[in-house]
Design a protein around this ligand. Sequence first.
Ligand code: ASP
Length: 590
Amino acid sequence: MYRTNTCGELRLADAGREVTLAGWVQRVRKMGSMTFVDLRDRYGITQVVTNVERDAALQEAASHLGREFVVQVKGTVAERQSKNANIPTGDIEIIAHEINILNRSEVPPFTIEDDTDGGDDLRMRYRYLDLRRGAVRRNLELRHSMAFEIRRYLSEQGFLEVETPVLIKSTPEGARDFVVPSRMNPGQFYALPQSPQTFKQLLMVSGFDRYFQIVKCFRDEDLRADRQPEFTQIDCEMSFVDQEDVLQMFEGLVKHIFKYVKNIDFTDPFPRMTWADAMRLYGSDKPDTRFGMEFVELKPLTEGSGFSVMDSAEYVGAIVAPGCAGYTRKQLDELTEFVKRPQIGAKGMMWVKFEADGSIKSSVGKFFTDEQLRKWGEHAKANPGDLMLILCGATMTTRKQLCELRLEMGSRLGLRDPQKFSCLWIIDFPLFEWDEETQRFYAMHHPFTSPNPDDIDKLDTDTGAVRATAYDMVVNGNELGGGSIRIHDSELQDHMFRLLGLSEADAQYKFGFLMNAFKYGAPPHGGLAFGFDRFVAILAGLDSIRDTIAFPKNNSGRDMMIDAPAEIDRSQLEELSIDVVLPSAENESK
Ligand code: ASP
């Protein structure tokens, strides 16, 4: 037997027992005649002690153990003199009488402790060592319990987990496809699924009325800090449901996870907000509702002052930062710099201080009387001591900028506690999004999303105003997931494809299989998908999904550890009938 116990298991009640542990040497400390070894495994750390009086040779051997050596220790559990309240095994130590080196280790490139000295790149290159760190391991443990609870809840609700293929034809979810050449069909390619969307709809046609899958999805997009080219969804679909049924079912799932994984009981229904309200009040379709600071529209109150910046703006919006009237010039300048960053792009920021003594100071004091500014304050329900921050410009652009400013103020004021969770549904999304560049409509969710039945008559006449039967679940300013009621009628689906600029031939080529299936009795159906990595990150209090994934890719889509992507052999290319033409430096710079 390699071990009788794990390194996280033994307690004071075990004192006197003979045990065998196995694990990695985290640290060796020599103190006079004693040598202490911290032995680590997945379950914890146990202190092992040797001393000269008891066994000089063993003490000497222990002193020479290197970091990350794999060792087996036999010894007696004893009460510790100086206890360590920070770890569960801190009351005991193992008085060793035998230490066997099972394997040696080179000196690791960074210290394998919660606070490591390893930078991101190094940790990614040696991910297998990084995963030994408790901080990273705990995320995977959380991920496991969440997956377990998801399966439990959905199985109890009668959902079947069905696997769908990975080598498929394109599924449009708004990103580029990863493609895989087919050797047996030269010149032809599979696409990796951006989601199992069409398959889960086909399963509904097949009569599997409650489907789910914890599934890998692939999207070849430019990677922002929190995206991965392969990521995991909790993908779900149901038949004979309307939007209300879907929201109830999956609100139940989210509540179940919070309850059984985080011990947080959400008893009230999650709030629901229309997309239009979310944009109006927060400038975002994924508002962080852990705090208020909702937008206030000032345009009607600013009209006709002769201040051209505001007069010419389509939209004037403000937020009120409670208790911030004391902000210094420097703090206000910092906020102005913040909104002027290229990623945010505001031209400037205006402010009004409603001082505690009732007086008013403002960057636009030249153009407005105190009386006028006071009206702004009343309209925005500002209290004495509050600071109003104002942006203006084109409506949608300014709202997005104000959204960033609001989040920044939320962070500065400590209102975005990662241990506090605020969940809501966003509903009534528009069905289409107009793209100025290509001068055409795109599906805001995806082309299979059903229009709101009340808006169907507007499809051709007021296309941009048609609402979708689509919904997103938002938690703490993150889109946790989203879905829709689907079109199940092949004629309406045809119509939709036409509005999206797909010719009949194109639609047939790309989605013929789905359109055909719909001819054989497609039930009304709908569903959604949650981003599993994101869900884990939110519960773990992480900003990025990267550390919720065992072997993630970096921001250039590269696996630093196995060094992928990589070139393949000439012979492999030939087999695939593929010739690689790399862009020349000249073409690339164009
Ligand atoms: N397939 C969709 C997505 O990946 C989710 C859904 O509509 O069920 O966003």
